[in-house]
Write a protein that binds this ligand. Sequence first.
Ligand code: C2E
Ligand code: CA
Ligand code: CA
Length: 734
Amino acid sequence: MRSKILVADDDAVTRILAGEAIRSAGFDVIEAEDGDVAWERYRTERPDAVLLDVQMPGLDGYAVCERIRQLPGGQATPVLVMTSQDDRASVERAYTVGATDFITKPLNGPLLGHRLLYLLRAAGVSLQAQQTAWRLSQAHRLARLVQWEWDPRLERMRWGDEWEVVFGPVDGVPELARLVHPDDWPEVEAAIASGQPHELEYRILQDDGSERIVHHEAELAMDQLTGTLRLIGAIQDVTERRRAERRVTELAYFDPLTGLPNRTYLRRYVQRAVTEAERHGETLALLALDLDLFKRVNDMLGHAAGDELLNQVSRRLTESIRHDDLVGMVPMAGADVPESDTLAARLGGDEFIVVLRRLRSPEEAGVVARRILDAVGQPYDLGGSEVLVSTSIGIVTCPENGTDVDTLMKNADIALYSAKDSGRNSFQFFNQAIQRRAQRRAEIDNGLRLALSRPGELDLHFQPKVAIPSERVTGVEALVRWNSPVLGRVSPAEFVAAAEETGLIVPLGEWVLRRACELATGWDGTQKDLTVAVNISGRQFQQPGFVELVAKILRETGLSPSRLEIEITETVVMQDTTNTQRVLRALKDLGVRIALDDFGTGYSSLSYLTRFPIDILKIDRSFVAGLEGASSEAIVSAIMALSRSLSLEVVAEGVETAGQLSAFERYGELDVQGFYFARPMDDVSWRAWLAQNSPRVARPTAAEAASRASPPERSHAPTPRNVPRYDETPLLDH
Ligand code: C2E
Ligand code: CA
Ligand code: CA
């Protein structure tokens, strides 16, 4: 595009001459015949240069020049003032109002053209320089970067003007010594004094008290003037970047809810601590904590209250381990785990780990555990409701119980479970016995999984129930048996409990139910309407679809529903009463009968008996065994009275002796189950037994009864591996 030149002169001849010269130099021309027009045309058309006569009607040339200079963007326009020869005063005045240059009248055409060309080129260069500087300062501002230079003569830094833009106003020259955080200064000072290239990160204190983190880089550059090497560099404000990195670190290493270190952090910390402990022969302890009944708080008061509780627990935990500096302190990305003697971490849910280092003795861990139990056991205020929770703690020490994170954590967990078993609000050190128990648990768990997938190891035994006084068999209870190729016979009390925990009880229970129904349909002749009672564990009972499963199995095996009894315990009934009620109703609708097992051992009120559709009470064998004692007798007679008034049938469990039998005989009609009449038998033996004991059951001789009740096979001789063994007595041992 061609440049536009404004020519302002009230003399038309000058305008024509100047216009000619300018056009022939390759520019366009705008003309103005007085100062006001000149100013107007300048503003609207923005010429690239102005040729101004000083004397004009209206605004004179000086006034126009002044206005141009005040207009934003007007400073850069070359203004050439036309004066008469020898008018030095005008020339000086022209310069003071900002004229770029002057030219004398009469005009020399070619000279004018050259002059304009030169002025425009110079203006372009200066504009470019200005723009470059401006862009650079914008870049500095955006990058939050300030340049500096070490002045060896003055022994101080010279700062770029960007300082104020980046760090805000400072009084006088920014003095690094004054601005750097005192803790960081020695390092900074030493680096600069070395005169060598370096790179640092430190904090700068601002006047308002806030801190900025800066990255500082210095290198050597040749001074063009003196030919010597000197330090130049830049500091960059990296506060935001570090904050973001810190946030990432927090998320990676800390639990967002409580602010405690998380599992990742814990593992790194323990790894380090173990190495240190081994190197210096120190004792290290890991405490695994778990809140008892935390789930209940969550369910009853809501998740917000649960979160609040976890926060308060975390606080008490950190307080009671009096630990120095760790919690809340975030290591810089990539930094090592800081040294500290104690650590509390949250693994998730209500599980915490406490690490204690440099203990004088393992017992010290017990002292801390007790302190934690006391602290965590104090009441909590959760939005107005007072809540009590207790804790269980399992303790391991290193190197005794392991020398790597996984072993230590696993063993701490084992000790924790043992603590839970031995009552709430207690702690337990890991030891061999616990380990053996855990080991056996694992073996049972693995073995049972296999047993379920390959037939033959599992079996059902049946124990008859005998009605008195008629002494006719009314039915049997199905009892599961497991003969493990590895563990031998395992007591159902043991493996059923384990299966409850792992959830294996669901497939196991289904197998039992189906097998019991299958076998019961095969009992023919006089045995046609004998009932079969199946034990159903809590977890299986609460399983969605349980009723449908029962219905399906009855359908598939063809067993009449009236021949099936479901035995559940008091605790199951009390667990989730609404659901229990619904399930029991549905079972009743199928035509199945319900027995309440182990009756009398629970702590629940008896009023629920009227609310649930129960048919049979099974008096727990602990009362039967204690029948010679006065209190047991009172309980049994109370249960009998209760069941009569509610029209419930009664089964007395665990009757072993003629004495116990006769104690029941005075109550009239009821069923008796126990070793006195028969031990549990496999299907074949049970059928043979039934054939022999129809229509009436033969009473054993005194010797027979004694051997059934306490057969030599049931002695608890320790097995080679010193684990309890479960031995089934051979059947029909007469
Ligand atoms: P339970 O339901 O109370 O079963 C009765 C237990 O008492 C059986 O032990 C039986 O062998 C034993 N018993 C019977 N008469 C006498 C006696 O006169 N004296 C003594 N001392 N004991 C007697 P078992 O078979 O070892 O079963 C133990 C527990 O394991 C059962 O107690 C039951 O809670 C559970 N269980 C057994 N089979 C199953 C099953 O198929 N499913 C579920 N969920 N649990 C089962
Ligand atoms: Ca039972
Ligand atoms: Ca029982």
